[in-house]
Design a protein around this ligand. Structure first.
Ligand SMILES: NC(=O)c1ccc[n+]([C@@H]2O[C@H](COP(=O)([O-])OP(=O)(O)OC[C@H]3O[C@@H](n4cnc5c(N)ncnc54)[C@H](OP(=O)(O)O)[C@@H]3O)[C@@H](O)[C@H]2O)c1
Length: 291
């Protein structure tokens, strides 16, 4: 039986990975997080000794890193912790994976790009992060490449699952407000944690190593996405489509958001037949399960 260490198991992706993996009776999952809970082995990925010791003890076939510092605005004034969790953490996992011969799956983000593209970004495009989160996630990718022998870096975007996310925020606002303002000039692709987990569980048993984009198919903007969420959920709250500039006048944000961060899953398409679901189908499935 293969042992798989999942870090950050209590986050959105960690929970989705658990659901995907628990159907496989040939896999034993070792769930870890900074969160202490039933069935969770405490592991702070920023502690290199703890990470290496756990890997030596478990001897996993793979480590799936779902741990990250994801609060993008907070990180603008919390740079050291951001580098520790998003860069040193994956470095530690890469060192540990190499030592025990395990594969490493590391999850990254569309924020590694400058976010002013005019066509979907592919894995071979130049990165150029502008936020602290983007910079520290890119540093994490680079350290994984430097220290891991067998790695999959999977960049995703606009993730929603079991946890705090945009979809749940919009649903909660619709309970209190008759109309809300949502930006219409930031383009990307909403991706369900379930779809991402399915792709990761497809990839990690293979030797198809490298850097991959992993988002649902298609693209939209936040305002149109909200319209679709409310349509499926049967909410009557009006969505005012506003520009980022108009939105920021009333709701200042510390971290800049990418205006264009559509990712093309080019490497997956070049090297496999794997296709993500269209984002419309993924959000419909998610809301059916949620509501
Ligand atoms: N969410 C998005 O929209 C989005 C978009 C693009 C890419 N991504 C990437 O996708 C991946 C999964 O994101 P997610 O939304 O599932 O994140 P999440 O829900 O914020 O979960 C992250 C988990 O990591 C844990 N964690 C934080 N610091 C840790 C540490 N030092 N050691 C071990 N665990 C730690 C968190 O615990 P606490 O909650 O207790 O801190 C949490 O359980 C991340 O790599 C993220 O960068 C996310």
């Amino acid at each position: 039986m293969d042992k798989i260490i999942v870090t950050g198991c209590n986050g959105q992706l960690g929970r989705a990975i658990n659901k995907e993996l628990c159907t496989n009776s040939n896999i034993e999952i070792i769930n870890t997080d900074v969160f202490q809970g039933d069935g969770i082995t405490p592991l702070d990925i920023t502690n290199v000794d703890a990470v290496v010791n756990l890997a030596r003890k478990i001897k996993p076939a793979a480590i799936i890193n779902c741990a990250a510092y994801t609060a993008v605005d907070k990180q603008e004034s919390d740079v050291d912790l951001s580098y520790k969790i998003n860069a040193i953490g994956p470095r530690n996992l890469a060192i540990a994976a190499t030592e025990v011969g395990a594969k490493l799956v590391h999850v990254s983000t569309d924020y590694v790009f400058e976010g002013n593209g005019t066509r979907p970004y592919i894995e071979f495009d130049k990165t150029g992060p502008v936020s602290v989160y983007g910079k520290t996630k890119l540093a994490g990718e680079e350290l994984v490449k430097q220290f891991a022998d067998k790695y999959f870096i999977v960049r995703t975007a606009w993730l929603y699952g079991d946890g705090k996310n945009f979809v749940k925020t919009m649903l909660s606002l619709s309970e209190k407000m008759d109309e809300i303002s949502v930006v219409m000039d930031q383009q990307g692709t909403p991706t369900s944690a379930k779809e991402l987990a399915k792709a990761i569980c497809y990839l990690f048993p293979t030797d198809n190593f490298g850097t991959f984009h992993g988002t649902c198919e298609g693209s939209t903007n936040w305002a149109d996405f909200t319209d679709e969420i409310f349509r499926i959920a049967g909410k009557s709250t009006k969505v005012n489509h506003v520009t980022t500039r108009e939105y920021l006048e009333k709701n200042p944000q510390a971290a800049p958001r990418p205006a264009y961060s559509i990712l093309e899953n080019y490497m997956l398409k070049l090297t496999s037949d794997y296709m993500f679901a269209d984002w419309h189908d993924a959000i419909e499935e998610y809301l059916k399960e949620l509501l």
